[in-house]
Ligand binder design. Structure first.
Ligand SMILES: Cc1ncc(COP(=O)(O)O)c(C=O)c1O
Length: 399
């Protein structure tokens, strides 16, 4: 069978290969400590699940039916209220499109804004799917650095240069995956201003807009509503990644395009998930839940940071202000081992059954780093996992 060049040219991410390898280990009954998943470490918000259960019991036909491509009006209304309450722009439900997760939102937004051959700017290291989706859509990806030496802040000059030279959009996440960095307001504003001058857009990935340990989220669209497209997710805050639900808001013509394309490519986002999210967002208990969850994550973050510093003193670990990850600089150890981050990740999984995602999964500029997800394990397991990494390095003569 001959598959499309479009698909085959994408290659397989080291993240995917590692996940398959770990799956095989688990099938063999091996107990694995995984710092790999981008998954919340707590059950979903109960209010959302209860509301879904009630809706299904009361009217299973309606909750299981097709719905509007734009999304359920009550969810669009709940998002508009929620974004405003959180300090974001004053949206109407019309300004919001419901999609099947943030990733779907990114794909649809890029599809609405670009044609094959267009250019899009992606700072790296960043969420690996930006590059995959862009390439799949036939776009040329202009990579700009967001280096660790600069606290992973995006290089404004580089982004501005590409936007001035005709790139259609830049994709920026804040808080970011894999680094957990929060973009400086000045940096975001400078990028939005250049986009405005150049007739380009900022695709602002806000998947972690509620996952902050210090400070709170800056809604760039509030100051630049004509050029910023916000892409949100319920995977992290309501902790329902498997429900596949997110949203996109922004300039009217862009959102109209997203709704239209959602209808063509997917009919509508999951209707049961939309009932759950609408009830969850409006429930005052959601804020209490978030507070509790952030407390749990903060404590796990502190333990992961502390363990990294104690057991692996040469790995550049830092305390992230947001999101679910530490992107630690393993170059000092990798140089001694004479391997790259991908080989190290596989060796570590095989020998010590500890899994971290190699930095190259987030672009070539992530080489030499390892992403440590700190939210999915309890404190004792985090400590044990990091200790095992140190043990591996010691046995290999690198520590
Ligand atoms: C920065 C970022 N954007 C988008 C997504 C996709 O989220 P969703 O589950 O809503 O598709 C993720 C998932 O990990 C992410 O880290």
């Amino acid at each position: 069978m001959v598959l499309s060049n479009r698909l085959m040219s994408l290659g397989v991410s080291p993240h995917r290969k590692l996940a398959d390898f770990v799956y095989q280990l688990k099938l063999m009954g091996v107990k694995v400590i995984s710092f790999a998943a981008g998954q919340p470490g707590v059950p979903p918000y109960e209010g959302a699940i209860k509301a879904l259960g009630e809706a299904l019991r009361k009217d299973p036909y309606r909750v299981s039916s097709y719905g509007p491509s734009a999304g359920l009006p009550e969810l669009r209304e709940a998002i508009a209220e929620d974004v405003k309450r959180a300090g974001g722009p004053d949206l109407t439900p019309e300004d919001v499109a419901i999609v099947s997760g943030g990733l779907d939102g990114l794909q649809l937004t890029l599809s609405v804004l670009t044609d094959p051959g267009d250019r899009v700017v992606v700072p790296e290291p960043s969420y690996g799917m930006y590059e995959y989706v862009s390439k799949f859509l036939g776009l040329r990806v202009e990579v700009c650095p967001q280096p660790s030496e600069n606290g992973f802040q995006p290089d404004v000059e580089c982004i501005a240069k590409h936007l001035r030279k005709g790139a259609k959009a830049v994709i920026i996440a804040s808080p970011d995956n894999p680094t957990g960095r929060v973009a400086d307001r000045g940096v975001l504003k400078a990028i939005a201003e250049t986009a405005q001058e150049s007739g380009a857009y900022v695709i602002y990935d806000e998947a972690y807009r509620y996952i902050y340990y210090e400070g709170s989220h800056y809604y760039l669209a509030r100051d630049y509503p004509d050029v910023v497209i916000g892409v949100g997710s319920f995977s992290k805050d309501l902790a329902i990644p498997g429900f596949r639900l997110g949203f996109v808001y922004g300039p009217k013509e862009v959102i109209a395009g997203v709704k239209r394309l959602k209808g063509i490519l997917g009919i509508c986002a999951s209707i049961p998930a939309q009932y759950a999210a609408a009830a969850g967002l409006r429930d005052p208990g959601f804020r209490e839940y978030l507070k509790k969850v952030l407390g749990i994550y903060r404590s796990r973050r502190d333990v992961a940071y502390d363990a990294l510093r104690r057991y692996l003193p040469e790995a550049g670990a830092y305390l992230p202000k947001a999101a679910m990850y530490i992107f630690a600089d393993f170059r000092p150890y990798l140089e001694k081992l004479g391997v790259d981050d991908v080989k190290f990740a596989f060796d570590l999984a095989e020998k010590k059954h500890v899994v971290m995602v190699p930095g190259q999964a987030f672009g070539a500029l992530g080489k030499g780093f390892m992403r440590v997800t700190f939210v999915t394990q309890d404190e004792a397991t985090i400590e044990e996992g990091i200790k095992q990494v140190a043990e591996y390095l010691r046995e290999a003569g690198a520590l």
